[in-house]
Design a protein around this ligand. Structure first.
Ligand code: I3P
Length: 126
């Protein structure tokens, strides 16, 4: 993986619709609310877009992004405890926010788990 994106011009490594729930922020528990979100994995962060894939792709530079996650120091792990759903990956950020990403299709979410983990692990040296 070469180069590095910025918030304004993300380098898209992977983009897909996943179910997303933010369950805590800065260590404080939030009410769980699953939403289908276009998720983009950049070289050092995850970006979430509310819009359709087409809109998200054409609006990558604009304010269509709803939230993002810094993967420096983040933990990416499978969880069976934080949800009754299957195929759930938990992302815990260094600032103590927790996100759940889920897809019914195991092979889809498995690729995300591996890619996010690899990305987070690769950031130790940058
Ligand atoms: C939540 C909603 C979520 C569920 C969550 C419930 O209720 O049913 O789908 O998470 O379970 O609290 P509400 O809509 O009233 O907030 P899962 O689908 O991931 O199980 P939880 O509280 O055990 O996380």
């Amino acid at each position: 993986i070469g180069g590095s994106g910025t918030l304004d011009t993300p380098i898209v490594l992977k983009g897909e619709y996943l179910n997303k729930a933010k369950i805590s922020e800065g260590g404080k528990k939030l009410r769980k609310n699953w939403t289908s979100t276009w998720v983009v994995l950049d070289t050092d962060k995850l970006l979430f877009y509310k819009e359709s894939k087409q809109e998200a792709l054409t609006n990558l530079k604009s304010g269509a992004r709803t939230d993002w996650v810094d993967l420096h120091g983040a933990m990416v792990e499978w969880t069976t405890e934080r949800s009754s759903r299957k195929n759930v990956v938990q992302i815990t950020t260094s600032s103590g926010s927790e996100y759940l990403l889920q897809a019914d299709n195991y092979s889809i979410i498995c690729k995300w788990h591996d890619a996010m983990k690899r990305t987070a692990d690769s950031l130790c040296t940058t």
